[in-house]
Design a protein around this ligand. Structure first.
Ligand code: F6P
Length: 367
């Protein structure tokens, strides 16, 4: 029996996606493994995530050329070294109540003869995979998001590379901050989860870290900066998550738009924070929004390794007919969890365990 696997990537891109696609492909098509399996596979990559599967016209060869890619070991050989996603991505929601295209999606999956879908995504993309699973489509999920906010897994692809970018950029910032005796407010991504700001801030030795899980008091921020004045250093680095907010206030939005899953785009807090600090303390303070640099570039060693392990595990799950589940890292081991358990729940920073609410930084007591 031969099964057709389709692979797609959805949501924000990140380093590690190409590696995971490579390892799903290589493992599924591996000749030694194939000889021992009751099934064999062919693999198709879907271009631009759910958008590709909704928009493709299975009867039109031109449309199939546009939205589908044949994948084999030769095609994916070098993919694990590259960031982004060679398949392209979108934030299309086929189950969007304002524009429901789920029927078209399911019809296309059937017409294209797709037996199993491997879906690489965060909460939204995997939420669609879960809905398809409840409708009888065989799905396997692979966690990816630089925000690292998916429940059911300790790791999501892209997070480690993003932390490395934050650390490298702040190292770079320090030389100029020191030369000019200037503070910098560095804004990270992360949506409602503070992992990028917290770990990025801890790795780069930031003086203050502000996260969405603990709304901050502007007086405390300014007091902490004043407390340091004239001591060991002539500047401070303040790392702020895009989703952080002053107590009693709303998150900062980049604009008024929402995506197909109903999410607004966060961003802009660094500008307002830098102005407010300068106004209140008189310390020269500049903003830096790291933005999409955090998602760019080549994958770190950890992301390459996790992409490999997640990709192999996803292929194993298909062989074992373990559908409706997501590959996961738990207690340092690769496992799988039901997709159902990861929907509508974010993995947020546990403030009591990880955050010092007096210093506005990572805790200095771990055990
Ligand atoms: O979820 C990943 C993420 O990078 C968030 O941290 C960020 O808020 C968002 O995507 C940015 O989205 P876009 O790529 O649409 O600007």
């Amino acid at each position: 029996m031969k099964l057709k696997i389709a692979v797609l990537t959805g949501g924000g891109d990140c380093p590690g996606l190409n590696g995971a696609i490579k390892w799903v492909t290589k493992t599924a098509l591996d000749p030694r493994l194939a000889a021992k399996r009751p099934v064999s596979f062919e693999i198709t990559g879907v271009v631009e995530g759910w958008k590709g599967l909704v928009e493709v016209d299975p009867g039109d060869p031109k449309s199939c050329d546009r939205y589908l890619r044949h994948l084999d070991e030769e095609v994916v050989r070098t993919w694990d070294r590259q960031g982004g996603t060679y398949l392209g991505t979108s934030r299309t929601n086929p189950f969007n109540p304002k524009n429901d295209r789920s029927e078209k999606l399911i019809t296309n999956i059937k017409k294209l003869g797709i037996d199993v879908l491997v879906v690489l995504g965060g909460e939204d993309t995997l939420g669609v995979a879960y809905k398809l699973h409840t409708l009888g489509i065989k799905t396997v999920g692979i966690p990816k998001t630089i925000d690292n906010d998916l429940t059911g897994t300790e790791y999501s692809l892209g997070f480690d590379t993003a932390i490395n970018v934050i650390t490298e950029e702040i190292d770079r910032l320090r030389t100029t901050a020191g030369s000019h005796s200037r503070n910098f407010v560095v804004e990270t991504m992360g949506r409602h989860a503070g992992w990028l700001a917290l770990h990025g801030g801890e790795c780069s030795g930031a003086y203050i870290i502000l996260i969405p899980e603990y709304p901050f008091d502007m007086d405390v921020v300014c007091d902490l900066l004043r407390e340091r004045e004239g001591r060991e250093i002539n500047y401070s680095i303040i790392v702020v998550s895009e989703g952080a907010k002053p107590a009693g206030k709303q998150e900062f939005l980049r604009d008024t738009k929402v995506d197909e899953f109903g999410h607004p785009t966060l961003g802009g807090i660094a500008n307002s924070l830098a102005l407010e600090i300068e106004k209140r303390t008189g310390f020269e303070t500049r903003p830096l929004i790291l933005s999409h640099l955090q998602r760019g570039g080549t994958p770190s060693a950890r992301d390459r390794l996790m992409a490999r392990w997640f990709g192999i595990a996803a292929a194993d799950m298909i062989v074992n007919e373990d559908y409706g589940r997501m590959v996961s890292l738990m207690g340092g081991e690769i496992r799988s969890v039901p997709l159902k358990g990861i929907i509508n729940k974010l993995k947020l920073v546990d403030v009591a365990k990880c955050y010092d609410t007096e210093r506005y930084n990572g805790r200095r007591s771990i055990l």
